[in-house]
Design a protein around this ligand. Structure first.
Ligand code: GAR
Length: 194
């Protein structure tokens, strides 16, 4: 059985979409762990409800970055991921993790990359910029994670229209709905082909 490890920082609706697809048999794998970047987030609650292992790792809780990275790598050794999925994870993945899991880490981003990616473009900031620039379409992207934020090779995207009446919240909702389709679809393809 293949193992998926999910990293999250927020409410975890994308994490939930992965859980649902695993439970429905659309993804041929199990979720061996959830890494949370802080305590108290919704994703942790979702993991508990589905008996998924969790760990909270905050860089600021460690003396230095090497102690943090060693703990993160140990945790991953234990969870043995075939694929690591960043589902609303707002921290940078350390290079030591990227090196060990080369081409095995993917991220979902709420824009049509390469547009509206990189530092400063996360969550509602992306949708505010899309609307401010009068874009006719937006969407979501799943890509491989590299050292540079939102820059790795694109695996798949779904587009949505931007309406004249949209505000960042309505656009975010339309994009998020598609994220919940795109992410499980990409994971299923990658895991089932490994
Ligand atoms: C999602 O829209 C995801 O694309 C975005 O955070 C949200 C998390 O929602 N990720 C980024 O902006 C990464 N740069 P969720 O916690 O409900 O899945």
């Amino acid at each position: 059985m293949k193992n998926i490890v999910v990293f999250a920082s927020g409410s975890g609706t994308n994490f939930q979409a992965i859980i649902d697809a695993v439970e429905a048999g659309q993804i041929d794998a199990r979720i061996s762990g959830l890494l949370a970047s802080k305590p108290g987030i919704g994703a942790l609650e979702r993991a508990r409800k589905h008996n998924i292992n969790t760990q909270v790792l905050r860089p600021s809780d460690f003396d230095d970055s090497s102690a943090y990275e060693a703990t993160l790598l140990n945790m991953l050794d234990e969870w043995q991921p075939n694929l690591i999925v960043l589902a609303g994870y707002m921290l940078k993945v350390p290079n030591s993790v990227l090196d060990r899991y080369e081409n095995k880490i993917i991220n979902i981003h709420p824009s049509l990359l390469p547009k509206y990616g990189g530092k400063g473009f996360y969550g509602s900031k992306v949708h505010e910029a899309v609307i401010a620039n009068d874009e006719e379409e937006s969407g979501c992207t799943v890509h491989y994670v590299t050292e540079i934020y939102d820059d790795g090779p694109i695996i798949d995207q779904i587009k949505v229209p931007v309406r004249d009446t949209d505000d960042p919240e309505t656009l975010a909702t339309r994009v998020l709905e598609q994220e919940h389709k795109l992410l499980p679809r990409v994971i299923a393809k990658l895991v089932n082909n490994q």
